[in-house]
Design a protein around this ligand. Structure first.
Ligand code: AMP
Length: 380
């Protein structure tokens, strides 16, 4: 039985542990900041025992790319089974991530390193108005991001000069993402492209598969495959994409399981957590297909409500984290054989949710209706 260690004690690691227990793998998690060890799907961490050794695990993986520089991480970095470490290092910094995309000729929004206010002003002048300024490291879910134009270039935090990038503001028609996996032998599999909607930088829902995106699928797969090959990456990787003027631009890459892949837990033949483990352990990895249509709704900053469980088709994934406004606390997957049936489920779900989430359901329904109309023009 293979033993794996996940760096991080959040919900992604927990869902990896759930998948591991299903397929007979042993998986523990470690909090790199607090040096706490979580066995399997256990919720309570224990201080790392004195005789604890990472050598007890064959494979090390991470549920996040932002890792602290401390003594524990230095020990784990030397582990021969932590092969994805160099990919994580490259992708955790937006400067090296963007440079990699440019080097590979993978389309992404025009960018520059921000050394001073003038860089923002210049980028804004060249690329027509607003630019998106992002901290090179540590930002996620829209944090560490500023929308600025030449007149407000001074609003970027000066202490981050040299450690920020500016990107052209992309006028996308929608955001898509692709999750794929690569094994050590170089073989890759991919899920279908999905459509994502964000609110204030945070994912609010995913539609899987995305409507009318079949023509983009080969291009998106080629992009992700080329990146994973270049990094000699093993495991699941996600690429967030903008659809702009009939082309795809990479927004960002995540060397791990990803929120936009959570739908696969209830809407695919193999979910992304199990797929990640299969890739890492060299287990059989048939291409994961989507089963009908799925909507994933993130539960953000809301209290647990047992009423959600009254809908027989709603699959709740509640993380058991402490309540905090604006924090992702769980998600609900709704899956149905057709878009029409999914719309009916969404209509039943809406009254069970608070106002904010009911609005998200409305938005998701509107996007589904559009996808339905586009795929069945004769009936629209
Ligand atoms: P990120 O943290 O880079 O994934 O950004 C969070 C969200 O901000 C994205 O999902 C987009 O909705 C938006 N965003 C990020 N970068 C850009 C950009 N260059 N142009 C337009 N919107 C962006």
């Amino acid at each position: 039985m293979k033993r794996l260690l996940v760096i991080g004690d959040g919900q992604l690691g927990l869902m990896l542990a759930e998948a591991a227990s299903r397929i007979g793998l042993i998986l523990d998690r470690v909090s790199p900041e607090q040096s706490l060890l979580f066995h399997g799907t256990g919720r309570h961490g224990i201080a790392l025992p004195h005789d604890w050794s990472a050598a007890d695990y064959e494979i090390i993986t991470a549920e996040r790319e932002h890792l602290p520089a401390n003594a524990l991480m230095a020990r784990l970095a030397e582990h021969p089974g932590f092969g994805v470490r160099s990919a994580i290092t490259t992708l955790a910094d937006r400067r090296s991530q963007k440079a990699l995309l440019d080097r590979l000729g993978v389309a992404t929004s025009e960018w520059c390193v921000v050394e001073s206010q003038e860089d923002i002003e210049r980028h804004s002048r060249v690329h027509g108005g607003t630019v998106v300024v992002k901290a090179a490291q540590g930002g996620y879910d829209g944090r560490g991001q500023w929308r600025l134009d030449a007149t407000r270039a001074g609003a970027a935090p000066a202490e981050l000069y040299g450690r920020m990038i500016a990107e052209r503001s992309v006028r996308f028609v929608r955001e898509l993402s692709l999750v794929g996996a690569r094994k050590a032998d170089g073989s890759c599999v991919f899920y279908p492209l999905v459509e994502n909607r964000h609110r204030e930088g945070m994912l609010s829902f995913t539609l899987a598969p995305a409507g009318g995106a079949r023509d983009y699928q080969p291009r998106a797969e080629q992009m992700l495959r080329c990146i994973m090959d270049e990094l000699d990456y093993v495991g699941v990787m996600a690429v967030e994409l903008f659809e702009e003027d009939g082309t795809l631009l990479v927004n960002e890459l995540a060397p791990r399981v990803h929120n936009s892949g959570h739908w696969s837990q209830d809407g695919a033949t193999t979910d992304q957590f199990e797929l990640h483990l299969r890739a890492l352990c060299g287990l059989p990895m048939p291409a994961p297909g989507s089963v009908g249509h799925t909507v994933m709704i993130n539960l953000v900053g809301c209290e647990f409500d047992p009423a959600w469980l009254s809908l027989p088709t709603a699959k709740l994934h509640w993380y058991g984290k402490e309540f905090r406004g604006g924090r992702k606390l769980g998600h609900i997957n709704l899956q149905a054989p057709t878009r029409q049936a999914l719309l009916t489920q969404l209509a039943s779900m809406a009254p069970l949710l608070d106002r904010d989430h009911a609005v998200v359901v409305e938005e998701a329904s509107a996007r589904l209706r559009l996808a339905q109309a586009e795929s069945e023009p004769a009936q629209a």
